[in-house]
Design a protein around this ligand. Sequence first.
Ligand SMILES: Cc1cc2nc3c(=O)[nH]c(=O)nc-3n(C[C@H](O)[C@H](O)[C@H](O)COP(=O)(O)OP(=O)(O)OC[C@H]3O[C@@H](n4cnc5c(N)ncnc54)[C@H](O)[C@@H]3O)c2cc1C
Length: 361
Amino acid sequence: MTEVDFIIVGQGLAGSTLSYQLAKLGKKIAVFDTQRETSSSWVAAGLFNPITGRKMAKTWRADDLFPFLMQYYSEIEKNCGERLLNKMGIYRPFVSIEEQNEWEARTADEAYEKYIERVSQKSEFVPIKDGFGGIHLKQSGFLDVQNYLEAMANILKNKGVIYKTELFETPLMNLDSGHVKYKDIEAKRVIFCDGRASMENPYFKWLPFKLVKGEILHVESKMTLNKIINRGVFVIPQTENHFRVGATYDNFDLTLSTTPKGRLQIEAKLKELIDVEYAVKGQYAGIRPATRDRKPFIGIHPKYKSVGIFNGLGAKGVSLAPYFADQFAQHLVNQSALDKEVDISRYFSFYNDNVSVTQYE
Ligand SMILES: Cc1cc2nc3c(=O)[nH]c(=O)nc-3n(C[C@H](O)[C@H](O)[C@H](O)COP(=O)(O)OP(=O)(O)OC[C@H]3O[C@@H](n4cnc5c(N)ncnc54)[C@H](O)[C@@H]3O)c2cc1C
């Protein structure tokens, strides 16, 4: 038997950050990950943006999350010697004078001031339809998620983590001893960072997940952009002439197939935003592990104390994972408090020991 402190199931954004923080605290880890190419993380655009949503409000816990993510990804970049985090401003065109005035007023608001670079009252970018000007945001950018995941697998292996590219078969796990026995590994705890698979996980399917499919396009165009453009869709400059454009939100179709409807939706919004020739070079789909209250699911199972979860990162894995992985690792190792808003204990009343499948709204 190989003895470890933690088995981590899944090496998406959640599993990568949690494994790293636990290894940093001196814990022995075994990671299981398979089918990464179908994970939400693999298709994600990697955007981190402090002002989000239709109402363009400051994102939940931005003042904690954003300084932390900058420091975390820069630490990872030093570890692997690669650039992974692209700090880049966001430009959001206004659609009316009223909106322009509203943002002028917000620049004086202390809560927003550190995320606003400036308000522009007239058109600034040639291909963008921005007749009313727009707002320039800062402390934003995107993570090169696929390279990050590859880099993390290597960093973890270099830190002595046992890395298994295979399916973790939850029914084969034995918890009788109070520890976790799985094949030839014995662990004090197993933490599921299994993304959408938690919906079928016998230990956590009672949690109110609200999965959301997303589709994204990879586009080629001769336009030059030095900002992320965001209105209806985001347009993220990648390498020269290459852009990511997305994304859709669909609660009903939870298949992994790309759809003509998804492509049409994205292209329609792109044409509203930018007047430019382009060619679609790829279309990708993934399932965001979102939750009913839009807050992560973190904590230990109400009955099985050797089983935990780090999930529910929804549409914001890049910004949520670093801060909450650190918090959860401290909780697991040093028993420090978990934020009540993310702790799964907020849903313990949903757990029924006798009924393994429960219907939720
Ligand atoms: C189109 C799209 C665009 C997005 N854009 C952004 C964005 O711009 N910014 C942002 O922050 N977020 C974005 N997201 C959301 C982001 O992808 C998620 O928040 C994040 O990836 C969730 O990470 P995760 O590790 O929890 O889950 P996942 O990425 O799904 O990872 C789970 C991993 O666990 C593995 N696994 C599951 N079960 C097992 C098992 N039994 N054994 C072994 N391995 C297992 C899976 O194969 C997978 O590798 C986007 C999502 C989509 C779909």
